[in-house]
Design a protein around this ligand. Sequence first.
Ligand SMILES: [Fe+2]
Length: 261
Amino acid sequence: MTEMTVPWQKTLASWWESYVRRFWGRDEETDYHVRLKVAHTARVRNIARQLMHPRELPAQELALVDVAALLHDVGRFPQYWQYRTFRDLLSVDHADLGAKTLDEEGVWQWLPPEAAVVLRQAVVWHNKRALPPEAAGAAWLPAQVVRDADKLDIFDMLTTDKEYRMPPTDGISQAGGVSEEIADMVAAGRLGLPAQVKTAADQQAFRISWVYDLNTVEAVRYVDRAGFLPLMLAALPEGEAKVRIGQAVEACVKRRLATEA
Ligand SMILES: [Fe+2]
């Protein structure tokens, strides 16, 4: 578990515990989905801490990254409660709902004002297609790291044999290959588009393309060390698309490992 050395870090962590408790006990289906997000949140915190470990950051900055990871999916709980799905397209943007929930809960009053601004944006931005250009600076590190840790947890879910392995998404066909459209994008070094995802193979290619959107070199190293790419690529159907995508993403990781200190 994360060591907590900053007072507001403890306050937010105990708020989160009691907040989540409200969503337990409605029915089995809800409990199951609450459990998924509690476990995901714990893993994302853990990954975020691992990513930042080599930087030896001051306690305040580490606390910001940790609390961003803790809060990022706060919107998942009311989303499932109200809509019985985690699919934003069928319900609500869970990041925006999370920020709104945090506003209503009055959590920002426990934080220094600058910390509140950074954390609120980290929540709002965590699921958006890209971070806005203004989020590139060091002040927005928590937003950058949470996006990376969230993606790394999904890579882990896609490749693990453990019980948290990613289940198939409702409404996405297991049959069929990678479409030409998405293969071209990913082979060209670009993020896929959610609208291009028609089959499970498209979805896999789309998720593999997230490798292009890692903010920190520590996250690229994590991908490399964990061996996520070969495992994720192995799940693509055999063919030309698989080869092209594999070459492009592997080259991207190699280049970043070679050029970034
Ligand atoms: Fe999320």
